[in-house]
Write a protein that binds this ligand. Sequence first.
Ligand code: SF4
Length: 331
Amino acid sequence: MMQFSYQRSQDLPSALSHIRSARDAKFIGGGTNLFDLIKADVMRPAQVLDINQLPFHEITDNDQGGLRIGALVTNSDVAWNPLITARYPLLAKAILAGASPQLRNMATTGGNLLQRTRCYYFYDKATPCNKRSPGSGCGAIGGFNRIHAILGASSSCIAVHPSDMCVALAALDAEVRVESMDGSRVIPFADFHRLPGDTPERDHNLRDDELITAVDLPADDFSQHFTYIKIRDRSSYAFALVSVAAALQMDNGIIKKARLALGGVAHKPWRRPEAEALLENQKPEQAAFEAAAQALLEGAKGQGHNNFKIELAHRAIIRALSEAAGMEVTA
Ligand code: SF4
């Protein structure tokens, strides 16, 4: 049996001080992924610091006219919060597409950002995995890779990020607020998660001694024309093969602003501003949607079993943009 110590942090300064001085310590909120990883012997923290007593359980207005979601607000409480459903329904829809009600009741906002890939080889210690054990190889490259990346992969790792919530947060241009003993900083969502490169063991740019305290949503209004499409092997409690967050601002039948992010295809939510720019000042028509889909998927490369994802993603993007624009979807 693996031994670890458990402590409950009572306030932010003591939590930050503890994590800086402790060896191999991990913060825990809902624990929905961390305990899976401990049980699978993939992660072996010597200490677990419970942060549920810290004051990050609220959704409040932020200084930019948007909303601040405390890092410990559960996924359920975000999805059903009236401010979120009225102003950021894309986020609510994406969250409700993920996991199960029981998991959403436990999982926290900060923890959702930090959940790790569901690559089967990562969880199977009998196989090589550069993310779990750097330098050991990658079981998925040349192995069974149906769920793996078609964009942004490397010769070290082809894993995908599993979150639905993060795809919506990427599309909404959220910001991640973090604290450490050195002070606070704000990380734009696009810079939070990493591509694998030659350091696939690093999922994100949070330092070991930093704690996520909140996620900020900007004031931009994408509440009228949006959708989140998730394509998966069964209709609930499954990770995305491909997902699309699409949000438009429209004026007199013309797209004025567009946001487009993909899940299930890369090591991080996948966005390309140049694809979104192709939609701006355009009528919501098939040709514009095709151009955006091609730009967003440029360079996509299958790994063998997952080649189907390229065409699937292309069709899903066009369908999502059509739905967001309020057009009739026929296929
Ligand atoms: Fe490990 Fe990444 Fe390869 Fe999966 S894809 S086996 S997580 S290195």
